[in-house]
Design a binder for this molecule. Sequence first.
Ligand SMILES: Cc1cc2nc3c(=O)[nH]c(=O)nc-3n(C[C@H](O)[C@H](O)[C@H](O)COP(=O)(O)OP(=O)(O)OC[C@H]3O[C@@H](n4cnc5c(N)ncnc54)[C@H](O)[C@@H]3O)c2cc1C
Length: 409
Amino acid sequence: MPDIAVIGAGFIGLASAAALMRDGHRVMLFDPSGVGQGASFGNAGTFAHYACIPVNNPSVFRDLPRFLLSSDSPFRLRWAYLPQLAPWLARFMMSSLPRRYEASAGALAALLGHAQGGYAPLLANGELARFVRPRECLYLYSSGASFEGARAALDLRRQLGVGFDVLASAEIRALEPSLAPIFERGVLFSDSWHFSDPQGFLQTLYGQLAAQGLKFERATVGTLQPHPDGVSVTAEGRERRFSHVVVATGARSAQFARQCGDSVPLDTERGYHVRYPGAQQLISRPIGWAERGFYMTPMSDGIRVAGTVELGGFSTTRNRSLIDLLTFSSKRALPALDTPDNNWLGFRPTLPDGVPVLGRSRASERVIYAFGHQHLGLTLAGVSGRIVADLIARRTPPLDLAPYAATRF
Ligand SMILES: Cc1cc2nc3c(=O)[nH]c(=O)nc-3n(C[C@H](O)[C@H](O)[C@H](O)COP(=O)(O)OP(=O)(O)OC[C@H]3O[C@@H](n4cnc5c(N)ncnc54)[C@H](O)[C@@H]3O)c2cc1C
């Protein structure tokens, strides 16, 4: 019988299961959708260890009104969702004040500092390492003014230990000749990499863990009930008892926190992707366009153009204008692109301060939270899994977990 339940089979749940199994635990994974079908399915695939600047930062006070009203903005609000979003949005604005934003950036940088080490046990495996493409990410600015507007954030990144080079337009074209000559400045982040197929990586990891005894149940977990000596999990009418439970249900995690005595203001930043099949040879690395809020990543099946932020809850209705923005803008950046053959909507799990929740629940030390990884769940999967396993083994985690506690709200 499995002794630990992991709820959620995305990057965070799978990495947690892998770390727990390395410690010798028997694990059962629950997810009604299968493996890697949530936000983990369609992300930009970048290992973004440099991304310690959260969306909640002081520039929102300058940019938010323009973003919310402009038709080519990558940041949108579904106005009908505003009444439900208002408490989250108020906290988000408060978290964008300089002191709080710097605290969030520091907490993210500390965690990101362990991101590569967290992946090491996974990538020591050749079958998994073959999904890694070790090319630095290039982040572009089409106007000198917006690059200047980003300077303070770049300086903070450098202070927090992120290495990068600033490139002029000729250097950008020399690196990526297929780009249109519309970019004035670029930033090349050292030591970043990307996955050629994030979902393929997760499926392969799952296959290996299943061969080692991981049990998987395609079921929705409804309730958690902590007891002194274990935790009951009820999934589709069937109750089972485990010694520990890991909550890794991404944007749907607040319900379980509530059941375990914690109120977390988790909401979602919706994001989209479009895919250009067979176009991957046009670029050699992930390329972000700052003003348009997306990455173009060369993957095994084509170029994936992924990004945008839409504050709009869990409705599955897609915003056509954001899909059009991704299509139009990527063709402007890479004129040789033809027509995308599909699009996707995903739900990033986001707390208003941009910092994930990693730690024990208030009601029971047997319930471990690992959710809220916003734009960084792929990047932070390895270290999050390691922290989950450390907590259950009562080992000292690689960093102080106070900034990631659910009780901070
Ligand atoms: C457009 C876009 C681009 C992105 N690009 C990047 C990037 O380049 N790099 C990066 O690091 N991150 C990126 N991200 C963020 C990243 O994808 C997420 O942070 C990450 O996928 C979150 O992983 P997760 O395992 O927490 O959640 P998910 O992948 O959403 O998995 C949660 C799982 O829980 C399951 N679940 C929910 N409720 C229940 C229940 N009651 N019972 C059982 N199971 C349940 C769901 O079915 C789901 O499979 C991007 C996200 C988007 C949307």
